[in-house]
Design a protein around this ligand. Structure first.
Ligand code: ACO
Length: 350
């Protein structure tokens, strides 16, 4: 007994923004971004659009794919690091938009590591009898923390030059800003029956490393919790120690994948797919190399979307299922590291 994935869906907003377009609002280039990250383009939400709006579109596809009705869902697990409001969380907003307003909704805060965690939480809900059909959603809208204001220049609507001050601000945060894009993905999860489904997870959180990627302001240590001075200091934009994160990700993700396979009594060869968080192609390449995995078992789509945080794994899984690559019976390992730091790997036999 354990959950399996009976439906998936994905949604990304608007038209893509290329690396060349980013170079209008900061000092950067495709020549810098692509070889270091694998990213060619990303999508951004419209002003006024939130993660529950993105999630709604992904969920409608996942629900249709599963062949169920929204009313069949009896638990929502919503993963995001960019909710509409500081409180309440976005899961309840999604439930209301789906027309199932009284269904319990749990928001989880594992950032980019959401899916290995979310699968274990959903499995626990089903195995304990608390739920039969769980909607697991990952959605993020990073546009609100991007270091530019000239969205019209970025999109090509306007060909005016941005101010020197704005260009410099973009450049100060370019190491972070070029990585992220917006999107949503959903999975419908149900009991798999004997011999299939969720096998286990190896999960970790190390709060000592919180400052490797975090938003320094807008929290309740401060009175009020956000001030004009915080904005002046550009503390609404995440701070990131990219090189450090890179090293921790390669080391810990390799270790987690080995551990969960050993714990579950499967070999790395038994695993059909290593569906990894899309933060940087070079991170996943280094994990594959450390574990001697064939590159074709570690698929990538970061070129099209950038890092969509909680959504990357679900978007990639949905693409692979709809392309007929990932099939029923396949053994999938989901691995991710995110702010917290949280990380881990989970194994599911589809
Ligand atoms: N365009 C042009 N130049 C840039 C850019 C850019 N976008 N960003 C940085 N540079 C410059 C730097 O200023 C620096 O210049 P200098 O040598 O003159 O000082 C140079 O390029 C090298 O910068 P580094 O930051 O050292 O570059 P690095 O090779 O480490 O690559 C990167 C940076 C891509 C961010 C990498 O470290 C990485 O991917 N780390 C992991 C990040 C990650 O996974 N983040 C998500 C975490 S998950 C979550 O929960 C949100």
């Amino acid at each position: 007994m354990g959950i399996t994935i009976i439906g998936t869906g994905r949604y990304v907003p608007g038209v893509p923004v290329t690396n060349d377009q980013l170079s209008k609002v900061m000092e950067t280039s495709d020549e810098w971004i692509y070889p270091r990250t694998g990213i060619r383009q990303r999508h951004f939400v419209e002003e006024g659009e939130g993660v529950s709006d993105l999630a709604l579109k992904a969920c409608q596809k996942a629900i249709a794919d599963a062949g169920i009705e929204p009313e069949d869902i009896d638990f929502i697990v919503f993963a995001t690091m960019t909710p509409e409001f500081i409180f309440p969380g976005s899961g309840g907003l999604l439930g209301a938009k789906l027309g199932i307003p009284r269904v319990p909704a749990l928001d989880i805060r594992q950032q980019c590591a959401a899916m290995p965690y979310g699968l274990q939480v959903a499995n626990g809900l089903v195995v304990s009898g608390a739920a039969k059909t769980v909607l697991l959603v990952g959605a993020d809208a990073h546009a609100g923390f991007m270091p530019w204001e000239d969205w019209d220049v970025l999109s090509g609507e306007s060909d005016r030059e941005v101010s020197e001050e704005a260009f410099d601000r973009g450049t100060r945060h370019r190491g972070l800003a070029v990585l992220f894009g917006d999107g949503a993905a959903a999975m419908v999860l149900r009991d798999a029956g004997e011999g299939k489904g969720f096998l286990g997870a190896d999960l970790h959180t190390d709060g000592r490393l919180y400052d490797r990627i975090y938003i320094a302001s807008g929290g309740f240590r401060s009175r009020p919790y956000f001030t004009p001075e915080m904005y002046e200091r550009e503390e609404h934009i995440p701070r990131m120690q990219g090189r450090d994160l890179f090293k921790v990700a390669v080391t810990e993700l390799s270790r987690s994948v080995r551990t969960i396979c050993e714990d579950c009594g499967v070999t790395l060869d038994d695993v059909d797919w290593f569906i990894a968080h899309q933060a940087n192609d070079r991170i996943n390449g280094a994990v594959a190399k450390a574990l001697k995995l064939p590159p074709e078992k570690v698929p990538s789509n970061i070129a099209k979307y950038g890092n969509t945080s909680a959504a990357t794994i679900g978007i990639l899984l949905d693409e692979l299922r709809r392309d007929g690559k990932v099939k029923e019976g396949d053994l999938c390992c989901f691995l991710a590291l995110g702010s917290g730091l949280n990380w881990g790997a989970s194994l599911v036999q589809l």
